[in-house]
Design a binder for this molecule. Structure first.
Ligand code: SF4
Ligand code: SF4
Length: 216
């Protein structure tokens, strides 16, 4: 026959009289101790140097200057060094680059008519810049590419036809400071905080005032 009363288990609080109260007090003690242990850890950090920084303010120098060598930020191309060889376009596995080189039928000179980089698609793998033998395409330390529209993520580097460079690999005009070309291209979208060096989305332009008579 099976007993209706469960057999007391060793350590069961309800097995002996007075044990529930003792266990309850132990629970309270344990909970209080763990709360104070957690608070002690939190309080100890009030007197230590923080491991994190407040971004984008409260930094001694621009974040871009603190990034490690080889950081792969937003791409930029120096068209004065670009030979229009298209190697980078062919190397990109997801077609982020759109380059158009045209030939002047009279002078037979070649011009880069379009050099667009879609930073909305780019996965910053570096394959394209590795493929460039002319040190024209490179990653910058710029990383703030947020925009309010996907169209704004398509960066147009050739605002006018630029003659292709004919210099040999390892030669050609000096490379412009890293990031300077990119900042010119994205300038309309961003304003740079001089103190932190961080770009912020420029305030949207105010809509044109309604013409007289259109107000109703
Ligand atoms: S970094 Fe990679 S994904 Fe981006 S454009 Fe270059 S090859 Fe394409
Ligand atoms: S950026 Fe480099 S790889 Fe791309 S077209 Fe220009 S020279 Fe060629």
């Amino acid at each position: 026959m099976v007993s209706a009363v469960p057999t007391p288990v060793k350590g069961d609080r309800s097995s002996t009289q007075g044990a529930p109260l003792r266990a309850w007090l132990q629970d309270i003690t344990r909970a209080s101790t763990s709360i104070f242990e957690g608070l002690a850890v939190t309080m100890s950090w009030m007197f230590r140097r923080p491991a994190t920084i407040q971004y984008p303010d409260r930094i001694d120098k621009p974040v871009q200057e603190m990034l490690p060598d080889g950081y792969r930020g937003i791409l930029e191309v120096d068209l004065l060094r670009c030979s229009g060889c298209m190697l980078c376009q062919r190397a990109c596995p997801i077609d982020c680059l759109d380059i158009v080189v045209v030939k002047d039928p009279q002078t037979k000179g070649r011009f880069i008519e379009r050099f667009d980089i879609d930073i909305g698609k780019c996965m910053y793998c570096g394959i394209c810049s590795e493929a460039c033998n002319f040190d024209a395409l490179q990653h910058t330390t710029e990383f703030e590419g947020s925009a309010t529209s996907l169209d704004d993520l398509l960066l147009h580097f050739a605002t006018r036809p630029v003659p292709v460079s004919k210099h040999k690999a390892g030669q050609g005009p000096a490379r412009r400071p890293q990031g300077s070309i990119l900042r010119e291209v994205i300038k309309p979208l961003y304003t740079r905080d001089k103190r932190t060096g961080v770009d912020h989305l420029a305030p949207a332009e105010a809509p044109p005032a309604p013409a007289k008579g259109d107000e109703e």
